[in-house]
Every structure is written in C-alpha cells, then in structure tokens.
Design a protein around this ligand. Sequence first.
Ligand SMILES: *[C@@H]1O[C@H](CO)[C@@H](O)[C@H](O)[C@H]1NC(C)=O
Ligand SMILES: *[C@@H]1O[C@H](CO)[C@@H](O)[C@H](O)[C@H]1NC(C)=O
Ligand SMILES: *[C@@H]1O[C@H](CO)[C@@H](O)[C@H](O)[C@H]1NC(C)=O
Ligand SMILES: [Cu+2]
Length: 241
Amino acid sequence: MRFASAALALSATALVAAQNVVVEVGSVATAEGGIFQFIPNDITAANGTTVTFRFTGAPGNHTVTQSSFADPCNPLAGGFDSGFVFIPPTNTTETPEFTLTITDDSRPIWFYCKQLIPAPHCSAGMVGAINAPTSGSNTLANFVSAARAFQGSSGQGEGGLAGVGASASAAPSPIAGGASLVGAPTSGAAAPTQTSPPSSGSPSGSGANTSPSPTATGNGASALGSSWLLALGAVMGVIVA
Ligand SMILES: *[C@@H]1O[C@H](CO)[C@@H](O)[C@H](O)[C@H]1NC(C)=O
Ligand SMILES: *[C@@H]1O[C@H](CO)[C@@H](O)[C@H](O)[C@H]1NC(C)=O
Ligand SMILES: *[C@@H]1O[C@H](CO)[C@@H](O)[C@H](O)[C@H]1NC(C)=O
Ligand SMILES: [Cu+2]
C-alpha cells in the first residue's frame, strides 16, 4: 500500500510537470480588450510547465519579450524574446507558436510586446506575467498600470531563447504562407541594447518570399505587390481602428 501511494504521488508529480498553458498573442479589434493583449495575461506555471504562446491575432505583428516589474516596456538583460511574428489578415493554415519551459517558479516572470507600429503595444497594455504575486505592490494590476503609463518607445533590444526563469528551445514556428519573422531568437540572450525603432512597417527577412516588396515592378510582381499593400492596409486599418 505504501508503495502504491508513493507511485501515485510520483505519477501526480509527473502530471503536474507535464502541464501546458496556452496563451493567445494578440486578438482582434472586435474582441473585449481589443487587439493589444495576451489572453490570459495572468499565468501560473510551476517548474517544468510549458507555456505556449500562440500567435493567433490576425492580422497582427507581435512579440513576447521578457521585461521586469520595475521597467515593464524595456527588455530584461538576459531575457527571452520571440522576436516579431507577423500574421496576415487572412487566416493562415498553421499558427506559429513560441513555447517557454518554466525553470524557476520562485519569482515572477514579466513580459511585454515590443511592437511600436502603429503605436507602442506595451503602452496599450499588451503585457503579462507568469507567477505574479497576488498581494503586495508587485501585482499584475500594478504592472499593467505601469505599462500603460510608459511614455515613448518601448525597448527594441533583442533577447534570446533562454530567459530568466523560463527558456524556449526554438524560435516561433511553423511559419505558414503569409506569416513572417523579424529578429527571431537563435541562441541564448544577447545583452539587450537599445536600437533605433523601425522607421516603417516595410517587409523584410523571411517574409520576402511570400510578401514581395511593394516597390517591385513587372506584371506578376506588381499584382502580388498590390495584394501585399492591401494586406498591409488591412493590418494598419484594423490596428488603427
Ligand atoms: C485560424 O483558424 C483556426 C480555426 O478557426 C484557428 O484554430 C487558428 O488559430 C487560426 N490561426 C490564426 C493564425 O489565426
Ligand atoms: C523551481 O526551481 C527553482 C530553480 O531551481 C527553485 O529555486 C525553486 O525552489 C523551484 N520551485 C519549487 C516549487 O520547487
Ligand atoms: C513586423 O514588425 C516589425 C517591427 O516593427 C517589422 O520590422 C516588420 O517589417 C513587420 N512585418 C511586416 C510583414 O509588416
Ligand atoms: Cu503586440
């Protein structure tokens, strides 16, 4: 009997360790809370738990970037960072995912979206926390308030796969047609540095294959180019709305 309950206890531990929490990144304008949110934004996850961020907000172009309670809209040194994941207005067949495994549940993990277009998403309240205290001053509610009060451009420094208290083993994937990545993490975190904010939302990187440059000329290319422009217009239109 003692052996049986020990085995039960062990399997219960294994079940806990295998838990997965799913968080939607970005939403749609018609949703309660609008586009700029993580759903849920208040996550409880023990050591070994995985937290899968699904970039379902379409259209959208968001990140999951680790920050700190004291500085909600700037990257934490040594923090994780999904990089930008662009999802086109039309539903892609597969949803890109960025999965963190919790390595230290003894202190809170704070994160934000670092997108600045058309306005900083962090200041719009696109932040969240894993294992935030439920009492005292460092609550999620106070973190959200601090993010909303943040002025200027949120930090664009790039983090890595490995963060503080949680780490990913791969950049967001799969990247279906129309979706694209910018600044995807490749390894452990580089020391975040402030870089100039992007001057426009022009496509770059891996998106070039499926999203021809709007300046492309030639019949085939310009047809594709204008559909890309329409797509961008829809993104901006919906986001501005
Ligand atoms: C596309 O639609 C499917 C089915 O409704 C949904 O599961 C998936 O998350 C959507 N993907 C994106 C990128 O919106
Ligand atoms: C989770 O792991 C961290 C780092 O090893 C450790 O400090 C903490 O005590 C662990 N949490 C629990 C509940 O064991
Ligand atoms: C997504 O956002 C990043 C950062 O603003 C930008 O560099 C990239 O071009 C955007 N992707 C698309 C397809 O607009
Ligand atoms: Cu965002």
